[in-house]
Design a protein around this ligand. Sequence first.
Ligand SMILES: Cc1ncc(COP(=O)(O)O)c(C=O)c1O
Length: 422
Amino acid sequence: MKHYHSMKHWLKLDPQEQQARITAALEHNIDFKHKTSLGIPASKLDSKVFYDQAPFLKDAPFLQAIVQNPNHIGCHTLGESEHYFAGTQAIEREVIHMLCEDIFGAEENSYDGYIASGGTEANIQAVWMYRNLFINEYKARPEEILLLASEDTHYSVAKASNLLQIRHRSVPVDRDSRQIDLNALDQIVSEEKNKGKKYIIVISNVGTTMFGSIDNPDDYARVLAQHGLNFKVHMDAAFGGFIYPLVAGDHNVGFKNPHVSSITLDAHKMLQAPYGTGVFLSRKGLINNVYTKEAQYVNGMDITLCGSRSGANAIAVWMIMKTYGPYGWLEKLNTLLYRTDRCCYHLDLCGVRYYRHPKMNIITIRAEDMPASLAEEFGLVPDTHDGAANWYKIVVMEHVEIEMLKAFTDKLEAYCKQNKTQ
Ligand SMILES: Cc1ncc(COP(=O)(O)O)c(C=O)c1O
């Protein structure tokens, strides 16, 4: 990430400035009431149900956007787009600039991106894009392509494998460090190469769902290069994208790393945006591999997995980032990390075993070290709902306050003391 003072796009804006910008953007979109538009199968929200003259809307730019209902179909960082929604598409473009340049260190004009429905879509979009790239550029046969990801990877990667009919191998990780087992990776790659795999799609995690662990994309790159295989690396930063690159100092999970070609983020996780707000980012020249030329009635290139999508979601991300600004966001992250540190301190006092990446706000406790009843009482999430849990996780979000964490560790401490004396 850039130094905070050299951010180019991600600057704090006060609510009045945000309101003025969003109102101007909405005015630049089609006005269904005053402009004749007989052909587009869209309109603002039904005015009988969603009254658009309600006085509070004046001061609520996100709700104004919801009511006006802009459709951001397509991708707005390349080619043409539907001009009816050009005003708010520009706001989405600004979000993509903030993320690619200011958080993930990309050079200007070197990337594409769009607001996807979530992390699942963005991950599938990545696998789809690389599968087609290998087919288009190298005449790869689908059976020569392999999808590689750690055993802690989100199940959306299994969905991608199933949908796109690409073989998926799961790489084991060390039980305690959650780091990829490099010997096992080497072994899997050898086996698959011997079976004819030549093209590898890697999903490398920036914050796994259950542990918040961070994979090293260079580990994959090194092993695959040693085997002389052609590969592309996608980062699944659905959970960690709005935290890890901002607090980690020097890191290799962004576009400064030449091995990294694309990134998933979810604004509806750490950023607390409304659901339906994932993000897909990729280096320029890649997304064209999923161009659907049959989409002729849509103006612009249809190169996204989803079709119609709400422009209001992009506005929500923009508003959250602009409200905090980079310093305000860092302050919020540090509060969450501080709470996580405190909880870990108390777990250490009890001698309870857990995994926690020091720059992440997830604590994953060994199930043997705590009673299931306590997990239930405090709403910890188990790694499986199918039989006995191995792990329970705490995700320190905004609503998880120190008092709640302390109440939990106090009870856990009492349990541990009692266990010791028995
Ligand atoms: C690491 C990771 N990737 C992808 C996803 C899928 O995200 P979504 O539920 O937004 O589709 C999740 C969801 O928990 C996740 O944790």
